[in-house]
Design a protein around this ligand. Structure first.
Ligand SMILES: [Cu+2]
Length: 176
C-alpha cells in the first residue's frame, strides 16, 4: 500500500512538472509568433517602402491637384544635377509620362494619385511606393547608370492597369 501511494505521488508530481513545462513553451512560442508578426509588419511598412516615411496626408484627396506642381506634372531642377519630380498616377497613366534627367542625377519623387491606389515601382531600382489619393509619398534615388527606367504600376487599378507604364530616361553624361 505504502509503495503504491508513493508511486502515485511521484506520477502526480511528474505530470504537474510536465504540464508546467508545456505551458511555458506554449507561452514562449506564442510570444515569438507575436514578435515575428509585429516585426514583419514594421519591416514591410517602414523598410520595404510600401508606404514612404515621408508620406503626408491631406484632408481632401483631390486637394493635391490644387498644387500646380502636381497639376502640371512638374520636374523641377533643384541643384546642378538634382531634381524634384511631382508624379501623379491616374487611371491609367503617369503624369509626367516621360522624365529626362542626367546620369548621376539625385531625384526626389513626390508621388500621389488622383483616383485609386496605384503602385509606383521603378524597374531596376529600389523605388516602390504606393501612390495614394490624399497622400504624398516621398522617395529619393540617385541614378548612377544611364538608361531607360520603366515605371510599372504594381497595384491593380482597373482594366487598363497593364498599360500604365511611364519612363525615366537617364541620359549619359557626355550627351549635352
Ligand atoms: Cu495599376
Amino acid at each position: 500500500m505504502n509503495l503504491i501511494s508513493s508511486e502515485e505521488a511521484f506520477e502526480d508530481a511528474f505530470h504537474r512538472a510536465a504540464q508546467q513545462h508545456e505551458r511555458a513553451w506554449v507561452f514562449i512560442v506564442l510570444a515569438m509568433l507575436a514578435v515575428l508578426l509585429v516585426g514583419t509588419m514594421f519591416f514591410v511598412v517602414l523598410d520595404y517602402g510600401l508606404v514612404s516615411r515621408g508620406t503626408s496626408f491631406l484632408r481632401r484627396p483631390d486637394a493635391v491637384m490644387d498644387d500646380p506642381a502636381f497639376r502640371e506634372g512638374k520636374v523641377v531642377q533643384t541643384g546642378s544635377n538634382s531634381y524634384a519630380v511631382y508624379m501623379v498616377g491616374h487611371a491609367w497613366a503617369w503624369s509626367p509620362g516621360v522624365v529626362h534627367v542626367k546620369e548621376g542625377a539625385q531625384v526626389t519623387f513626390y508621388v500621389t494619385s488622383t483616383d485609386v491606389l496605384h503602385g509606383f515601382e521603378l524597374q531596376g531600382t529600389t523605388i516602390n511606393v504606393t501612390a495614394m489619393p490624399g497622400a504624398v509619398g516621398k522617395v529619393e534615388y540617385k541614378f548612377d547608370r544611364a538608361g531607360t527606367y520603366y515605371i510599372i504600376c504594381n497595384e491593380y487599378c482597373g482594366i487598363e492597369h497593364h498599360s500604365m507604364i511611364g519612363r525615366i530616361i537617364v541620359d549619359p553624361k557626355d550627351k549635352s
